[in-house]
Write a protein that binds this ligand. Structure first.
Ligand code: SF4
Length: 209
């Protein structure tokens, strides 16, 4: 793990949360570099390597500046895999500034942090996630790849409380993936699975980051 006070950052930018239950909410994004998985369908491959080192204070200063132009209470820490970095100082700093914090993670790493919203997105082939997220995840997002089959969905549905939605997210809003998402949704309904949803990536429809 890198030094606690140095964070490798790919980009920091204001936008609209395009995914999941928080879709449509104004959000400041901090994209941390590097990922411990290398998914073939990843739409942020540029974050695997590209990035610059910043101290936590430099990141906080950038966020303060952005908030003056784009006043929102939400910050989303994303990646890559943000939890490859020690986020304690950054999260505590954001909390002091009264931000609400979302973390988007593939679920393979857990850090005990005062985060308001965990989005976990387990990835093939094992769809592994840390057990802490069973209670802590606010939503589980599954990318509808050609390999995603119904048994994975059924098994994940059993592992999370019913109030935690499982969201089928088409791969980069592609038509074949949307069709597959609807087919999987129908299977889920016929099998009696609760709190299942399909979604799109809103930011891509609007042409945003
Ligand atoms: S876990 Fe997410 S960020 Fe990492 S390679 Fe897979 S899709 Fe990309």
């Amino acid at each position: 793990m890198p030094q606690p006070d140095i964070l490798k950052i790919t980009e920091i930018f204001p936008s609209i949360q395009g995914e999941g239950l928080r879709q449509g909410e104004a959000t400041l994004f901090v994209r941390l570099s590097e990922c411990n998985l290398k998914c073939i369908f990843c739409d942020t491959k540029y974050a695997w390597n590209k990035g610059k080192n910043f101290t936590t204070e430099q990141v906080l200063e950038k966020i303060r500046k952005l908030r003056r132009l784009f006043p929102t209470e939400w910050v989303c820490l994303t990646g890559g895999e943000p939890l490859l970095h020690d986020l304690r100082k950054l999260v505590n700093g954001l909390k002091r500034e009264k931000f609400k914090i979302q973390v988007e993670t593939n679920g393979t790493i857990f850090q005990p942090l005062p985060v308001d919203w965990y989005t976990i997105s387990p990835k093939p082939e094992r769809y592994f996630f840390k057990p802490e997220y069973r209670k802590k995840a606010k939503e589980v997002k599954l990318i509808v790849t050609r390999e995603l089959d119904f048994e994975v969905i059924r098994s994940l549905r059993k592992k999370f409380p019913t109030e935690t939605p499982i969201i089928l997210q088409p791969q980069s809003n592609r038509k074949w993936s949307m069709k597959a998402a609807l087919k999987l949704m129908r299977q889920a309904l016929l099998a009696g699975l609760k709190n299942m949803r399909v979604s799109v990536q809103l930011h891509k429809i609007y042409g945003l980051r």
